[in-house]
Write a protein that binds this ligand. Structure first.
Ligand SMILES: N[C@@H](CCC(=O)OP(=O)(O)O)C(=O)O
Length: 539
């Protein structure tokens, strides 16, 4: 193992390695830990450290270890039961890691995260500072979701997603998703001997239509191949090359990072990615989203929605707009939300113009930070669509209103799980495990209580009282109760285009919508900004 490693030119990299439950404990009772595998991970991590790399481990397995401790055969159905098992298992899991790492004198740290730690900018930055400090101290942070306090609505749900978020927090060069299969295949290799490995992915959108995402996980884990695609999309958008690899071949990490694009090497300078160990590499986006933009797009949940007209959409795509929206372009506000909370932006467009300008819609004039890579897919994937993927295309073409929204993003917002991906692959495999909702609907009371960490100290206004009262009735209702206005007739489409940070609360923006900025002070009694949304990030 160390021969390969010793040849590596030690450009210090930040590497996140994610191990699923299936790699930590056996899937069947009595859920014995995979000690040999865990030891080889520990040896690999320590050697990476000795080469100057910074390493973060994302480790599932708390519930599995909890089951073993309590001599139970199944995790049961109740949420609190699972939370209790995680509480029992997490301590033992970290003790197991500490025991193994101490054999090689490597200090570790436990980092338990929940979704609100990421949604809240201050907590996100605090987590970032802690990671940075730990890595500087030469410690290996071991991350898991804090299952004991994560209820369904606010869960990451699977550690693939959590590992992508951890990668963005630490600005990782690589994320290795270790699992029980070597790589992504064009079909399920266990059912179809003609399934081909997909070795390099440049365009995740395209690859999703052409590969099997049938889960190869076990009864204990919640992830599968689909959640790995979500993780890859999130991580590559943050500038992290993501690799799916068999956990038994963890030693291959050395040759992957030796041949791959690092911080000082451009992807175009690495033409031999098809060679080397069998794994799937999702190449990082060359134009990675900046930390704050990534956080707005993926870390932050939208507390409300602002619907804008086509003119405003064109305007905010121009560089001169600075990614900020004026009140004049706002048609409707859906809240409630507080000032400085994130809001979804939706453009209301005439259907005809959507069809005519479809290409323009796909490629907005100025969208340097689009989360969707349009590069061509890996040549190793057959180009002729399968019947299933053809039907997937058909269904997309009938759903014009969704064309601007990355399906990954839709899954994140809807928490609808990933069963569509299974049907795209057209494989007769049972249903995917449910992926709990990833974009939580936080109660306004919690949002307003903190009034969002980004907010400057704004004197409490009647508007805030207004939204508090409103929140007790219905946290997602439309502020403007004009039914005619709500009706989007067949000539119109509403398309989600991105997210931004509201500069006023929902009641205030509703009052100044359609107005010139010069009227803000007269209407609201104060003017914090001439814009209603700032820091716009396009999907
Ligand atoms: N946080 C949970 C693991 C969640 C989970 O199942 O993740 P994974 O095995 O990666 O699909 C635990 O530690 O048991």
């Amino acid at each position: 193992m160390f021969n390969m490693a010793s040849k590596i030119k030690a450009t210090p990299l930040t590497i996140v390695i994610k191990l699923g439950t299936s790699s930590i404990v056996s899937p069947e009772y009595p859920f014995l830990p995979h000690l040999q595998l865990l030891s080889s991970i520990v040896e690999t991590v320590v050697h990476l450290r000795s080469l100057g790399h910074r390493v973060v481990l994302v480790s599932s397995g708390a519930i599995g270890v909890g089951l073993r401790r309590m001599d139970l055969r199944s995790r049961g159905k109740g949420l609190s039961h699972k939370q209790a098992l995680a509480a029992i298992g997490q301590g033992r899991l970290i003790a197991l890691w500490d025991n193994l790492f101490s054999q090689l004198d490597q200090p570790i740290a436990q980092v338990l995260l929940t979704r609100p730690d990421i949604s809240d900018r201050t907590r996100y930055l605090n987590a970032q500072n802690t990671f940075s400090e730990l890595l500087q101290m030469g410690v290996v942070p071991i991350v898991n979701e804090n299952d004991t306090v994560s209820v369904t609505e606010i869960k990451f749900g699977d550690n693939d997603t959590l590992s992508a978020i951890a990668s963005a927090i630490v600005h990782a060069d690589y994320l290795f998703l270790l699992t029980d299969v070597e790589c992504l295949y064009t079909d399920n290799p266990r059912n179809n001997p003609n399934a081909k490995p997909v070795r390099v992915v440049r365009d995740i959108e395209k690859v999703k239509e052409q590969v099997s995402t049938s889960t190869l996980g076990t009864s204990l884990g919640t992830g599968g191949m689909s959640t790995k695609l979500i993780a890859a999309e999130l991580a590559t958008a943050a500038g992290t090359t993501t690799v799916i690899m068999h956990s038994a071949k963890v030693n291959d990490i050395f040759s992957v990072i030796q041949n791959g694009a690092g911080p000082s090497r451009d992807i175009s300078e690495t033409p031999h990615l098809e060679e080397g160990p069998l794994c799937t590499r999702f190449l990082r986006r060359e134009e990675a989203l900046k930390d704050r933009k990534w956080w707005i797009a993926h870390g932050l949940h939208a507390a409300g929605t602002i619907i804008i007209d086509e003119g405003a959409y064109r305007a905010i795509q121009r560089k001169e707009s600075g990614g900020r929206l004026l009140p004049a372009g706002v048609i409707k506000v859906q809240g409630p939300f507080a000032s400085h909370q994130a809001v979804k932006l939706i453009v209301r467009k005439r259907r005809r113009s959507i069809h005519n300008n479809h290409n323009n819609m796909d490629k907005p004039e100025q969208q340097p930070n689009s989360t969707i890579s349009r590069n061509s897919i890996d040549e190793s994937i057959p180009s002729s669509p399968t019947p299933a993927s053809a039907s997937a295309s058909t269904s997309r073409s009938t759903s014009t209103s969704n064309q601007m929204i990355s399906p990954i993003i839709k899954q994140l917002s809807s928490g609808s799980g990933l069963s569509n991906s299974t049907s795209i692959a057209g494989i007769g495999i049972g249903p995917q495990p449910d992926t709990p909702q990833l974009q939580p609907i936080l109660s306004l009371s919690s949002s307003v209580a903190s009034l969002d960490p980004l907010s400057k100290s704004i004197p409490p206004s009647p508007a805030i009282r207004g939204i508090n009262e409103h929140s007790q009735l219905n946290t997602t209702s439309t502020l403007n109760n004009n039914k005619e206005d709500d009706k989007v007739d067949s000539d119109w489409e509403e398309i989600e285009i991105g997210k931004g940070l509201a500069q006023y609360n929902s009641v205030e923006i509703d009052r100044i919508k359609g107005m010139k900025s010069s009227n803000i002070e007269t209407i609201l009694g104060y003017s914090e900004s001439e814009h209603v949304v700032d820091s716009i990030t396009f999907l």
